[in-house]
Design a binder for this molecule. Structure first.
Ligand code: URA
Length: 210
């Protein structure tokens, strides 16, 4: 598993404002979008491309085009939705699918309650959007689901991560092509599974339901 933790003062500045409990939802949403666009730059470092040639007004020039099948961006509902615009701004030709995940209150396991993805994921490069990598349970379920459906590599873009969640995903995806891109790696999880210091409940902060 590859892990990239952002190391740029602009990213840290924006995350600091997100963490601040006084930041209102409209600003939280705008900053999330900006942050994801910055993280998308790193997340797409290994996007599949092929060589192409174009004609400039002066001569031929060789360059790159994003390969087919197009990358698939998969926000995990609900909070991942707040990251979608920031991602597709940078990769406008990506296809978008959706996964809704909920925790089964009996088994405590994450379960998929909604799914809108292309039928055929074989050979697909997928970018999962989930703001908070906490225990890693739902992200891992999403990653495994995409691999089971035929995806060949999965990159997760998260605003914040906890070491416990990273370790869980690393252990469970050994041998798979998985990359995690984080805006920041925080200290730990608390006893109710929140990231510390974190930013609270990302879905509530984005959509204003507390
Ligand atoms: N989900 C959140 O929204 N926040 C956390 O701290 C952990 C999981």
């Amino acid at each position: 598993m590859r892990v990239h933790v952002a190391d740029h003062p602009l990213i840290t500045h924006k995350i600091t404002v997100l963490r601040d409990e006084r930041t209102p939802s409209p600003m939280f949403r705008a900053l999330t979008e900006e942050l994801v666009t910055l993280l998308a730059y790193e997340a797409t470092r290994n996007v599949r491309v092929e060589k192409v040639t174009v004609r400039t007004p002066v001569s031929e020039a060789s360059g790159l085009a994003i390969s087919k099948p197009r990358p698939l961006v998969v926000p995990i509902l609900r909070a991942g939705l707040g990251m979608l615009e920031g991602m597709v701004k940078l990769v406008p030709t990506a296809e978008v699918g959706f996964l809704g995940m909920v925790r089964n209150e009996e088994t405590l396991q994450p379960a998929i309650y909604a799914e809108r993805l292309p039928d055929d994921l074989s050979n697909r490069q997928c970018f999962v959007l989930d703001p908070m990598l906490a225990t890693g349970g739902s992200l891992l379920a999403a990653i495994n689901y995409l691999f089971d459906r035929g995806a060949v590599d999965v990159t997760a873009v998260c605003l914040l991560g906890a070491p416990e969640g990273l370790a869980a995903i690393e252990k469970a995806t050994a041998g798979r092509e998985v990359t995690i891109v984080l805006g920041a790696l925080d200290e730990k999880l608390n006893d109710v599974g929140y990231i510390v210091p974190g930013l609270g409940d990302a879905g509530d902060r984005l959509y204003g339901t507390v």
